[in-house]
Design a protein around this ligand. Structure first.
Ligand SMILES: Cc1cc2nc3c(=O)[nH]c(=O)nc-3n(C[C@H](O)[C@H](O)[C@H](O)COP(=O)(O)OP(=O)(O)OC[C@H]3O[C@@H](n4cnc5c(N)ncnc54)[C@H](O)[C@@H]3O)c2cc1C
Length: 385
């Protein structure tokens, strides 16, 4: 029978980051199990690649303060590009209550050590981007070290580094069962055979609740469809632009290739494993795009290039990280609620610390444990895109 010190279920960006961090910390017998024939077919390959530290809760800010510099120095450390582009995130407030919210968040972000973030006036936004309809913009918040990465490249870079240093990746291997005994986790059953291990990390993204169930654990992670629309080449808006967020309705966009990538989270979407792109979404998003950026009336969109993927949502929009109290050896890295790419580096470090040393300095991990739901300790993050 195969044995591994740690088995990671799911070879997306989170599983790859944990494999990298464990291996870099000296754990040489790590096995990543991925059911698809290639990595990236879950949510990672569908992501918008946005990375930001402009959050409202300390724990999310802390995770970004580790992750963004990690992406910035990725190529030096791992010899592979992460595609990090520090073009920033610009939140545009259209109501005083948005501005009050941004001011509160800004104070927290600065107190936690985020130096580059600044509040800006409506006039400054109008000067920066005269193409925006700016009559209702009362101000905003801009952080130039926020930006974008290439999620696929970052995932491959971390997994390749780990594999070069002793980790193994099984592809085309479906996890079909988890064995437990009196000590806790005892092994993982896959379509390629059973692996003996005392430590398993659930990194199965939107499918994580099913994996937890195999271990007898109830995990509150639900899939929620999100759709993205890339445009055809378009040169009437600057390509050096940040991610721009219209706080009046949540529409946001960023440059991508010669065009732009448009996003809007439809509040009518309901949970479920829906990964088909709904063509009716194009009109909804183009209406919002042209409302905020009048020249976007001239955008051309090919519906065949648009796509849908799944967010992994938790009840408080924060990830569920760390050991499961009643099942020794079972670790969770799930429920990123739209932030799994930007928080994958921090998650890798936190899980590696918790698995190898039983503690971490990066965050107060007790805040993010599964038991918070049963104990009524949810942490609400309202800055969800
Ligand atoms: C449209 C869209 C836009 C997004 N934009 C952003 C963004 O701008 N910034 C950001 O940070 N995040 C964004 N996200 C969220 C982000 O993509 C996810 O949080 C992140 O990719 C989660 O990574 P993961 O490795 O946990 O999951 P995944 O990438 O889904 O990987 C999980 C893996 O587990 C495998 N698996 C499942 N079940 C089994 C099994 N039984 N056996 C073996 N393997 C199994 C799957 O095949 C999959 O490869 C976006 C998501 C979507 C859908």
């Amino acid at each position: 029978m195969q044995t591994a010190e740690v088995v990671i279920i799911g070879g997306g960006i989170v599983g790859s980051s944990i494999a990298y961090h464990l291996t870099a910390a000296g754990c040489s017998n790590v096995l990543v199990i991925e059911r698809e024939t290639a990595q990236g077919k879950g949510s990672t390959g569908k992501s918008m690649g946005g990375v930001r530290a402009q959050f409202s809760t300390p724990v999310n800010i802390q995770m970004s303060l580790y992750s963004i510099p990690f992406y910035a120095s990725f190529e030096e450390r791992l010899g592979h590009p992460s595609g990090y582009r520090s073009q920033g995130y610009l939140f545009c407030a259209t109501e005083e209550k948005h501005m009050a919210y941004l001011r509160t968040n800004h104070a927290k972000q600065v107190a936690m050590g985020l130096k580059a973030v600044r509040l800006i006036s409506g006039d400054e936004i109008r000067r920066m981007f005269p193409q925006l309809r700016g009559d209702d913009i009362v101000g905003g918040s801009f952080c130039p070290t926020d930006g974008f990465v290439d999620p696929y490249s970052a995932m491959i870079g971390m997994m390749t580094w780990a594999a070069d240093h002793g980790a193994k990746l099984w592809k085309n291997a479906d996890v079909i069962g988890i064995q437990r005994d009196g000590q806790g986790i005892a092994g993982v059953e896959t379509t390629k055979g059973t692996v003996f291990t005392r430590k398993v990390v659930n990194c199965a993204g939107a499918w994580a609740a099913g994996i937890a169930k195999m271990a007898g654990v109830d995990l509150p992670v639900e899939p929620l469809r999100r759709m993205l629309v890339p445009t055809e080449p378009f040169d009437q808006f600057p390509h050096g632009a940040p991610m721009i967020i219209d706080m009046s309705n949540g529409f946001h966009f960023r440059p991508e290739g010669l065009g732009f990538l448009l996003a809007w989270n439809d509040p009518e979407e309901t949970p479920g494993y829906k990964t088909d792109f709904d063509p009716g979404f194009i009109e909804k998003i183009l209406t919002r795009a042209a409302e905020r950026v009048p020249v976007f009336e001239n955008l051309a969109v090919n519906p065949k290039r648009a796509w849908a993927g799944l967010y992994e949502m938790t009840p408080d929009h924060h990830p569920i990280l760390g050991p499961v109290q009643d099942l020794p050896g079972f670790f969770l890295a799930n429920g990123f609620s739209g932030h799994g790419v930007m928080h994958a580096p921090a998650t890798g470090k936190i899980l590696s610390d918790l698995i190898l040393a039983g503690k971490t300095d990066l965050v107060d991990a007790s805040l993010l444990g599964l038991s918070r739901f049963a104990e009524g300790r949810m942490i609400e993050e309202t800055a969800v895109l």
